[in-house]
Design a protein around this ligand. Structure first.
Ligand SMILES: *Cc1c(COP(=O)(O)O)cnc(C)c1O
Length: 356
């Protein structure tokens, strides 16, 4: 791979107030770009000032959604250094998404280097307040100027950076979720296991209906029988029922979350019984009615671990235990965030420092 060229902006932007960042609203001074052409491979890796793209209206991504993305974060430690959490996992997953969507493969190590180089150039954009981070969004779009349906021969790979606020300004806060029994997100054989934009477009309607009823997230069921639990909007879901952690197995329709994988590794390490298997709504409701559901939480890069306080299904509301934050949920959140922000030694080889 060629060396990454760096063109610095002549007019750095004014930084936003790090105490009121929110999520995904501000973008840093630079972005990483790299092109692809069939027969030539990936070429011209470069860091350039952040700014608009110029694309033909016929660009394939606009018509057939040949697009994939990733999401990870850079964290500033108390001593001011910057670090990434398992970035190679994101680019390995991006390659699996790419394979499914006929997008060319990337070199995982090169992508990690590109991410490090970009974050290093925009290091001042990594916020330093408690629980804030720099959200990193790599994505690939199909750029052939043609409206015939086929895989594109040209692509653009891009990474942008967004300083993001603390997800829980008032401390871990339980969310209410609603089981969707009409729309489905994914089916086996489809694209559920990929991070592709199309999956999200198809899920917006259920999200809006949930929000109108006061629920912050949709809990998806399997696309065939609408019987088995799959995952939440942009999080994987876990239950602690009668002492055992249960989470849906990865069978093609569920997104293989890196937070999910990390939490399961910790759960195993702590010796807590764990089952990755199918969990039906009926089994969950029976356990809820028997008072055996001790904790429910979602996992994802943005929120890390998100306690669930209430689940709604077919108009009925079910409170989880006392509706507060479960003990294990809190412990998992504390463990993962301590490693991510460098408050605890990284004993699992999950941290990649940015050369400071
Ligand atoms: C990104 C995502 C997740 C969480 O994955 P992480 O790697 O933990 O951030 C879960 N479900 C869906 C649908 C996602 O897009």
């Amino acid at each position: 791979m060629e060396a990454i060229t760096i063109t610095r902006t002549a007019s750095p932007k004014e930084k936003p107030d790090f105490s009121t960042l929110g999520f995904g609203k501000h973008f840093s001074d630079h972005m990483f770009l790299m092109n692809y052409e069939t027969g030539r491979g990936w070429f011209n890796p470069r860091i350039v000032p952040y700014g608009p793209f110029q694309l033909e209206p016929s660009s394939m991504v606009f018509h057939y959604a040949q697009e994939i993305f990733e999401g990870l974060k850079a964290y500033r430690t108390k001593d001011g250094t910057i670090q990434l959490f398992r970035p190679e996992e994101n680019f390995k997953r991006m390659n699996k998404s790419a394979e499914r969507m006929c997008i060319p493969q990337l070199d995982v190590d090169f992508c990690v280097e590109a991410t490090k180089a970009l974050v290093s150039v925009d290091r001042d954009w990594v916020p330093d307040l408690e629980a804030t981070s720099l959200y990193i969004r790599p994505f690939i779009i199909a750029t052939d100027a043609a409206v015939g349906v086929h895989a594109s021969h040209t692509y653009l790979f891009c990474i942008i950076l967004s300083p993001s606020g603390c997800y829980y300004p008032e401390g871990l806060n339980p969310v209410k979720i609603i089981i969707e029994d009409e729309d489905v997100r994914a089916v086996k054989g489809g694209t559920g296991f990929t991070k592709c934009g199309g999956n999200y477009a198809g899920s917006l309607r259920a999200g809006e209906r949930a929000a109108a009823k006061g629920y912050s997230q949709v809990l998806w069921l399997d696309g065939v029988e609408r019987k088995y639990i799959e995952e939440v909007g942009a999080m994987n879901i876990m239950f602690k029922i009668d002492g055992t952690v249960i989470t849906p197995a990865l069978l093609g329709s569920v997104l293989p979350g890196i937070t999910r994988k990390s939490v399961l590794e910790i759960v195993r390490e702590w010796g807590i019984p764990l089952e990755e298997r199918a969990l039906s709504v009926d089994e969950l409701l029976a356990a809820l009615k028997a008072g055996k559901v001790e904790e429910v939480w979602g996992t994802g890069t943005a929120a890390v671990v998100s306690p669930v306080g209430e689940i709604s299904y077919k108009g009925e509301k079910y409170q989880i235990a006392d509706g507060g934050i479960g003990q294990l949920t809190q412990k998992l959140y504390d463990e993962l965030t301590a490693v991510q922000w460098g408050d605890k030694p990284d004993t699992r080889n999950w941290i990649i420092p940015i050369d400071n």
